[in-house]
Design a protein around this ligand. Sequence first.
Ligand SMILES: *[C@@H]1O[C@H](CO)[C@@H](O)[C@H](O)[C@H]1NC(C)=O
Ligand SMILES: *[C@@H]1O[C@H](CO)[C@@H](O)[C@H](O)[C@H]1NC(C)=O
Length: 408
Amino acid sequence: MKSAAVVLAGLLALGAYYVYLPLPGTVSQPWRLMALDAAFRVAQDTCNLAHFLGIGHHLRVLNFLIGSFDQTNSQTSERVKITDTQFDGVEVRVYEPSQEGEKRLKRSVVYIHGGGWALASARGGYYNNLCLVMAESLDAVIVSIEYRLVPDFHFPAQFDDVMNAVKHFMLPEVLAHYSVDPNRVAISGDSAGGNLAAAVCQEMTQEENVTNQFKLQALIYPVLQPLDFNTPSYQQNEITAVLSRFVMVKFWLDYFNGDYDFAFSMMMNNHTALDVDLVSPFRERLDWTFLLPSRFRKNYKPAVPATGKAEIIQALPALLDVRAAPLLAEREVFRLQPKTYILTCEIDVLRDDGLMYAKRLEKAGVEVTVDHFEDCFHGCMIFTVWPTNFFAGHLTRDSYIKWLDQNL
Ligand SMILES: *[C@@H]1O[C@H](CO)[C@@H](O)[C@H](O)[C@H]1NC(C)=O
Ligand SMILES: *[C@@H]1O[C@H](CO)[C@@H](O)[C@H](O)[C@H]1NC(C)=O
């Protein structure tokens, strides 16, 4: 009896540990978000244990779990033809709305799914449903790229996959095959997919041999830089739902196949301390003390240690590579970018990555729409179907699709 009480108390404490999460008062459906976050953390901790026991890389195990769950809610539509094929050797899923009456050219969106370069799938339910809704409501051809994932492949494999698929799709004969209007194609993605979308869009605008360019880019809570893990949004949301600072730093380290031992130094910005000379040319490109409006800066102070660890950037030069960190690009590259939509959420460590990118585009003369959601959280846009349906998911998705419809 006594031991049962001890076990019960232990389980209650564990339950409380997982479920309780300090959330800002503005968030909608806080209990549902705490439950989602608790489930995700239990899954992550289980996978970390599996990793520790040598069963498999924690991200591979986590993606297996997510994949099993994600297959259950995949939808189809009579009005959209779905085809799995390859573009220049890269797996893609293409959504084509059925033609009614005369054949006319359609709009198109190239979509890159999120998941820390390591999780989720174009073919899983979450992204399948998003692309299906986009194809139907925009009457557009959607190309969803199934790029290769961490930990089996690391940077720049993900970037290269998206770039190769995009270059193939943008060939005049391929666009014609899908009845796509070459002047009305957008590139878009969420989270790590927003990172790849922004990076590939930059690269495309600098390619010499490209006939067609994107009309728009639409970035949903994108990841854009690994140099400052103490922006106001990183400080404010250090421990919050779905994505904490520590987990984001680990996603970056896995993307570069780096050592987890660097994580705590990077969380303190020791990899970009003042004595790390390699970083000097990039500092002003992400200086949020003048790139962020004061209502987002609040009273947060920049974290710029005087002395740090130069060996981190020496070991991981990709930290300064614009293909991984598009926010670090030169002004000249920003000037070439198409009209842009950036969706940001208040409850998100990455809020300021998106806001700084918007400001740099604006300063370079690009037309930018920032769609900021005060009561929404990182990753929310795919959470629209039971048992993970959120108002935040519908709100952000509707707003995103509306902007595309009006601008593409
Ligand atoms: C551009 O295309 C031309 C002709 O197809 C080719 O000769 C040239 O090498 C290409 N340039 C680049 C930078 O790929
Ligand atoms: C960061 O650097 C400071 C020196 O500037 C040092 O005292 C501290 O231990 C370092 N922290 C980590 C986690 O590397």
